[in-house]
Write a protein that binds this ligand. Sequence first.
Ligand code: MG
Length: 398
Amino acid sequence: MKYPTATVNKKRVAILGSTGSIGTQALQVIREHNTILEVEVLTANNNVDLLIKQAVEFKPNVVIIANEFYYDQVQSALSAFDIKVYSGQKAIEWAVQMDTVDIVLTAMMGYSGLIPTIKAIEAGKPIALANKETLVVAGDLITQLAKEKGVNIYPVDSEHSAIFQCLVGEFHNPIEKIILTASGGPFRGKKREDLINITKEQALKHPNWEMGAKITIDSASLMNKGLEVIEAKWLFNLKPQQIEVWVHPQSIVHSMVQFADGSVKAQLGLPDMKLPIQYALMYPSRIPSSSPRLDIKSCSNLDFELPDLETFKNLGLAYEALNSGGNMACILNAANEIAVSSFLEDRIGFLQMTELIEFCMGNISFIKNPVLEDYIQTDTETRIIAKEKINTLFLQKN
Ligand code: MG
């Protein structure tokens, strides 16, 4: 295989969340390109068996199991190897700052990505950002800090990678708007009343993408697209009214940019996260990939329609949070994380997720210019209030 640039040193990657969907696909990318990429750090929360298996194959310098309960198990399984094993959140915050880390892939779930991402940026590490919640919670702080430290954030989310790819060579040209495409999820075309008794099994069946449970539920409720609107605002420095969402059920056009002269650029491909992952890890190079190719002539229908905001209210709530600014998107995110985990535990219904988020957005103290401590406090407070609300109100209704 021939690479576009001579590579003397391998790029050393820290993968935060290596046992999740993005983490495992990132390891496939590294396995395929092991002459230019190598694993320096692997972290996981609870999936001990897979973490050990990955460590044995990729021989990272450091392995961290976030849940300290599993430390002994991981340590003894890897004792025959020259691999340092640690546990706990603090270890993750330390590892992303190691001199031997060249890039940090943030692929952990939800709010937990925030502090490690800040630590990595503080140490000047480029970020391959798969954890969109980090920008949703504290996009202003993160982008400001990245600017101060001269750190690049490379999007891994397929839509944002598409926009990023469309913007290469265009960074000084004014953007009129961007169009984030959405598959519409498994309930596209359904009305609100059809969604009352949706089960988690139905919501977990995504038509196009294989993903983790949280993001699959977010896709079914269109909250994923809402979070992506907020993510796009921070990544590309846009106003809310410059960000449109179009439903595109085939998931071939991954997103589009319309420039000041009216020209529209789009990035197309099969729904395969390995491409955005490797683009983020190797930017600005395009390196070979063995993934299946898109056959455009077989795409006779590429459909686009506006989303149904009456049925999928979460998308509207995300725009509302973006327009409010301050800590509102942090409230939206924390309420949504509690809503999704409670839905997955059969404690609340599909539509009650939206009710819960709306309730939290209306009842948690709004802070216009939050600092990091305010975001941490807001996240904690929102989770407490959301859980109380579920216990006192929703369960009585059922
Ligand atoms: Mg996406």
